[in-house]
Design a protein around this ligand. Structure first.
Ligand code: ADP
Ligand code: F6P
Length: 321
């Protein structure tokens, strides 16, 4: 049975992380545990940025974007010596349980600490929705809605000027944000890892649309599909004669108040993590699959392939263009 439990956020921040921290702290205290927070992810852990907190510490944060614990990336955490030092720091304070909110990189760090005797649980926190062991990650829903708000605004000016606009969205190597925002916005083209298109194919399709008297076009591009989306815009303009712009939405996609859906999901995950630790579980990550909370061994979760949603790809073919 765990007695002292800490929580940290790691990797890119995501709206809803605060709601998750709140649920972890409040549930832990309800179960009679001593609750700690670690600032700045694994970096802060190594620097001893750890403090015990009470339930009031997490008051008035459920609606706030970002993470009140700050997040960080520390590539050195892959080094087993560095991991050992981190486990020693936790052992010296008597922290026997650790909840890591982050993406699959953060899960690998959690797995390493669990091998060193710390009871660890991973919770999916990233806008990318790129974790195969869960249908949804904390922050994805808010980010998707933020992208849609931006595209709505871009559409107003793109249609007024009858331009083609490429909109690059985040997601790392995962196309979920691109595909789902593309469907939600009914854009003319979507370019992602699961739905690839090269410059030439875009130009050809624009030619077909022009032939059909379509003047303006919106194209959602998942990041990492092209080295430079501004160069792609120039190429399209040169080849088609259509005035073309590129917009990289960037970090505004990670900010903002979490959606109700993200707050609820994050709260459920936080509660589930404490219950799992109290039940003696370790080295697992928690996810949601078909509307049910699932507990999956971290090793198994990290090996799971991400399966593209064929249904959505079919929807794009039938409805978008
Ligand atoms: P995410 O958790 O969102 O996938 P990163 O891949 O940047 O983000 O990982 C966050 C942090 O997790 C890294 O900066 C590093 O400290 C830790 N991490 C990533 N990969 C590993 C690994 N293979 N072993 C141990 N720790 C890792
Ligand atoms: O993992 C979240 C994410 O926002 C990705 O979508 C993106 O590729 C990356 O982080 C950006 O990282 P940084 O904030 O370090 O520029």
């Amino acid at each position: 049975m765990v007695h002292k439990v800490a929580v940290l956020t790691s990797g890119g921040d995501a709206p809803g992380m605060n709601a998750c921290i709140r649920a972890v702290i409040r549930t832990g205290i309800k179960y009679g545990l001593d609750m700690f927070v670690i600032y700045e992810g694994y970096k802060g852990l190594l620097n001893g940025k750890i403090e015990q907190v009470d339930r009031n510490f997490v008051s008035d944060i459920i609606n706030r974007g970002g993470t009140i614990l700050n997040s960080a990336r520390l590539p050195e955490f892959k080094n087993p010596e560095v991991q050992k030092r981190a486990a020693e720091i936790l052992n010296n304070i008597g922290i026997d349980g650790l909840i890591v909110i982050g993406g699959d990189g953060s899960y690998r760090g959690a797995q390493a600490l669990s091998r060193l005797g710390i009871n660890t649980i991973g919770l999916p926190g990233t806008i990318d929705n790129d974790i195969a062991s869960t249908d949804y990650t904390i922050g994805y829903d808010t980010c998707l809605n933020t992208i849609c708000e931006c595209v709505d605004k871009i559409r107003d000016t793109a249609t007024s000027h009858q331009r083609c606009t490429l909109i690059e969205v985040m997601g790392n190597h995962c196309g979920d944000l691109a595909i789902n925002s593309g469907i939600a916005e009914g854009v003319e083209m979507i370019v992602s890892a699961d739905h690839p298109m090269n410059e030439q194919q875009i130009v050809e399709k624009l030619g077909q649309l022009q032939g059909g008297k379509k003047k303006h076009s919106l194209i959602i591009v998942s990041e990492k599909q092209f080295a430079n989306v501004y160069d792609v815009a120039k190429y399209i303009e040169k080849e088609t004669g259509i005035e073309t712009r590129a917009e990289v939405l960037g970090h505004l996609q990670r900010g903002g108040s979490p959606s109700a859906r993200d707050r609820i999901l994050a709260t459920e995950f936080g509660v589930e993590a404490i219950k799992a630790l109290v039940n003696g579980e370790t080295s697992i990550c928690i996810g949601i699959k078909n509307d049910k909370m699932v507990h999956i061994d971290i090793e198994e979760a990290l090996a799971m392939p991400r399966i593209p949603n064929r249904n959505l790809l079919e929807v794009i073919k039938l409805v978008n263009r």
